[in-house]
Design a protein around this ligand. Structure first.
Ligand SMILES: Cc1cc2nc3c(=O)[nH]c(=O)nc-3n(C[C@H](O)[C@H](O)[C@H](O)COP(=O)(O)O)c2cc1C
Length: 369
């Protein structure tokens, strides 16, 4: 290679290298959108594939999407779970996983009904570690006038910008009625609310420095757009509501290791302190015990409420650390004067603007067996 050829070669190589990284970093300005799997790729009628897609828009801890759908016939399925999507460090008994499956089943029933089907759901799991959880049969009953499809598609978890106004009486009744003491609302100025705020902050301080929990979280964060597209699950900068330049920065420069650094743990605790002092108050979901059917029912009740509240600009933010960490979980019931088992703690509050959902979902091929 002579000098002139060398200069031409090295110059183009530099442009190439610069071009690739520039492209990569520009790509991080984009938001990765949820995609809907075309029904022909999963071999189901469009209407049936739509029901599975809508069911899978349910919430789940760390957005692991623990559900699987075994198709026996197009109208008979077994809903199960994939143990590679469990969270043993924060949810060793699969309590929260069962709540997520309950939310999935509620979405499934609502989606089926919106498309003119009745979903007959029978719980078949005996233990929260069983791989097969529910038997579902769909029966065509005509067309429904009360479609919840929009509510299912627009529901999301919100974490920031909660207002501090208390819930109106009408909204408290809407959220808690029909759940005979299983849904408890504590307004922000109540002493129970103070217990929940302080407990949540303490539990996060403990959890942020509990390495197995932090390692597990790190494994479910998709920092770059490439990883978001590859996995279609987990938490992304968008779902964590990291905005503007910070979002671009973390997408380009944060890694699995960043989550284990002191700075990240401290920033998490700071954020939790800010979040947990805003909102109307707290919502505590209880059940009489922690059997599979009770946990599934808690998830179904949660989702039924979650689908209703968006129209009223009421946001929900599950904050589960206070029941995940022994340091706070043990005393919580007695401090709140609750006799049942506490299954979920959520912040609740009005927002001025309810943004569109940004959490990703896996393609249906990954959940259909
Ligand atoms: C059982 C359960 C526990 C959750 N725990 C938390 C939590 O502790 N902190 C949090 O920010 N979000 C929590 N979430 C919300 C999930 O992260 C969220 O549902 C998921 O990322 C999907 O986003 P989406 O709800 O906007 O669809 C939880 C959700 C469920 C169902």
């Amino acid at each position: 290679m002579n000098r002139r050829q060398f200069i031409t070669y090295s110059g183009s190589a530099l442009i190439m290298a610069g071009g690739v990284s520039m492209f990569k970093s520009l790509d991080q300005l984009q938001t990765v959108e949820r995609e809907k799997t075309p029904s022909f790729t999963v071999g189901l009628e469009t209407e049936i594939a739509d029901i599975v897609y809508l069911a899978a828009l349910a919430p789940s801890g760390h957005n692991v999407q623990p559900w699987t759908v075994k198709i026996i016939t197009s109208h008979h399925w077994i809903i199960g779970t994939d143990s590679s999507r469990w969270l043993p460090a924060v949810d060793p008994e699969n309590r929260e996983m069962m709540i997520s499956i309950g939310a999935f089943l509620e979405n499934l029933a609502a989606a089926a009904s919106s498309k003119g089907y009745k979903a007959e759901i029978q719980i078949i799991a005996q233990s929260t570690k069983d791989q097969e959880i529910a038997d579902v049969k769909l029966y065509k009953i005509g067309y429904s006038s009360n479609s919840l499809i929009q509510q299912i598609e627009l529901r999301r978890t919100l974490r920031n910008n909660f207002l501090t106004r208390e819930l109106s009486n009408e909204d408290i009744i809407l959220i808690t009625q029909g759940y005979q003491g299983d849904f408890l609302y504590y307004p922000r100025n109540s002493k129970e609310s103070k217990v929940l705020t302080e407990g949540t902050i303490l539990a996060n301080e403990v959890q942020a420095y509990r390495d197995p929990a932090q390692q597990e979280l790190a494994g479910w964060i998709r920092w770059s757009n490439q990883d978001s597209r590859r996995y279609g699950n987990g938490l992304t900068p968008e779902t964590m509501e990291i905005e503007g330049f910070s979002r671009w920065y973390v997408k380009n420069f944060y890694t699995h290791q960043s989550v284990l650094e002191k700075e990240f743990r401290e920033a998490t605790i700071k954020k939790i302190k800010e979040q947990s002092t805003t909102g109307s108050g707290w919502l505590v979901l209880t059940s009489k015990d922690a059997t599979v059917s009770e946990l599934i029912q808690t998830g179904r009740n949660l989702q039924r409420i979650w689908l209703m509240v968006r129209d009223r600009k009421i946001a929900l933010h599950p904050m589960t650390q206070v029941i995940e960490e022994a340091a706070t979980a043990k005393e919580l019931s007695s401090m709140l004067g609750i006799t049942g088992d506490i299954q979920l703690v959520l912040r609740v509050g009005y927002v001025n603007h309810y943004p569109r959902p940004v959490s990703l979902r896996m393609p249906l091929q990954k959940i259909i067996l």
